[in-house]
Ligand binder design. Structure first.
Ligand SMILES: NC(=O)c1ccc[n+]([C@@H]2O[C@H](COP(=O)([O-])OP(=O)(O)OC[C@H]3O[C@@H](n4cnc5c(N)ncnc54)[C@H](O)[C@@H]3O)[C@@H](O)[C@H]2O)c1
Length: 336
């Protein structure tokens, strides 16, 4: 069988993870080309024995027999690259978010639909083994009718302010994963968003027009509620917990640790801190995410996370921003 020819654009933190997984784990594909605007990234191409390295996206699309493009470049390139790849007839995986403007996202999705190519968005947490099990418990009715979803999502430290300025802010860069997780776990649509936010970690983040600490309440169409708590800095590391409470019980996913053993002494009980950040904590999820993307291409089935999921998570983020600005609950229909 002919191998599927894949290219990766953007070889930063997330690009390197996807490249590593694509190169090491799939016999049915071949990574034939990579692209990054920085010439120095050719070293990464060499490390993984990728035959073609280019610094221009059009050149990447012109690589003969290319089937799939995995877009891992900065957020402000996603929409343009997705449009170009769709018009060139390539299957697309794109990191979140698709764009910071809902109008632009709608425009891009229309072009993707017209082109007939498949598009998957990079909401990797859906593929985390623990979170997948919790979703399965909900689907299997082990918890009964979900009533409250609680998501704790705190980073070990904030990114540079220069990154914050171009990221779309905490809701569109960080909480967007939690918005998608709440939708995924419940399997329901969000009706209303109410958010409170503050600057408690670094005043420079406030000066850049963003917040670093927040609580967001989502109300779903059937009345189910989700509470998300975020902070850009947790001194004990990456805090990623999930709980679903329902009419028949409750399911919880705790943090993941490098070691699960504890030391008990006269001074107290101690153990490891949680896995430090997303590269470590979600390692398995990135691998499974790309696995399911490739499987969907091979089998011709529906993408596990599609353009509409991308659009809705951005809409919830914009509604959360509006909620803070106007200090009121915002119906999702107001921003959609
Ligand atoms: N799903 C996740 O868990 C996750 C995690 C991190 C980042 N992301 C997303 O992935 C994207 C990249 O984030 P990152 O943390 O890897 O950033 P990064 O800064 O580490 O890497 C970005 C890379 O893109 C390259 N680049 C810059 N301009 C480019 C262009 N015009 N075309 C192609 N490449 C270009 C840079 O040289 C760099 O190598 C962002 O959109 C971010 O939101 C997702």
């Amino acid at each position: 069988m002919k191998k599927i020819n894949v290219a990766v654009a953007g070889l930063g933190r997330i690009g390197k993870i996807h490249l590593k997984n694509l190169c090491r784990n799939f016999s049915e594909i071949e990574v034939v080309a990579v692209m990054d605007v920085f010439n120095e990234s050719k070293l990464i191409a060499d490390e993984f024995n990728i035959p073609v390295f280019v610094i221009d996206f059009d050149e990447l699309l012109a690589v003969p027999d290319l089937d799939v493009v995995v877009i891992c470049s900065p957020t402000d390139t996603h929409a343009d690259y997705v449009v170009k790849a769709a018009k060139a007839g390539k299957q697309i995986f794109c990191e979140k978010p698709l764009d910071l403007s809902l109008d632009r996202v709608k425009e891009v999705l229309e072009i993707v639909n017209e082109s007939g190519v498949k598009l998957m968005l990079g909401f990797n947490r859906r593929f985390d083994p623990e979170f997948k099990k919790i979703r399965q418990l909900v689907v299997n009715d082990a918890i009964g009718d979900p009533q409250i979803i609680k998501i704790t999502s705190r980073d070990p430290g904030p990114p540079p302010v220069s990154y914050i300025k171009v990221s779309g802010g905490m809701f569109l860069d960080m909480t967007i994963h939690d918005f998608d997780m709440a939708r995924y776990i419940s399997g329901k649509q969000v009706k209303e968003v109410y958010a409170k936010g503050a600057v408690m970690v670094d005043p420079e983040i406030g000066k850049a027009g963003d917040i670093d600490t927040a609580i967001i309440t989502l109300t779903f169409e059937d009345g189910t509620m989700a509470v998300i708590d975020n902070c850009r800095k947790a001194v004990y590391g990456y805090d990623q917990r999930l709980e679903v409470f329902g009419s028949k019980g409750m399911a919880q996913a705790e943090n993941n640790f490098p070691n699960n053993h504890k030391l008990y002494t006269a001074a107290g009980v101690s153990g490891d801190l949680p896995l430090h950040f997303f590269l470590e904590r979600y390692d398995a999820s990135y691998n499974q995410e790309i696995r399911e993307f490739i499987d969907a291409i091979v089998s011709g089935s529906k993408m596990p996370v599609d353009g509409n999921d991308g659009l809705l998570s951005i809409a919830i983020g914009l509604a959360a921003k509006k909620s803070i600005q106007e200090n009121r609950p915002v119906p999702l229909s107001e921003v959609l």
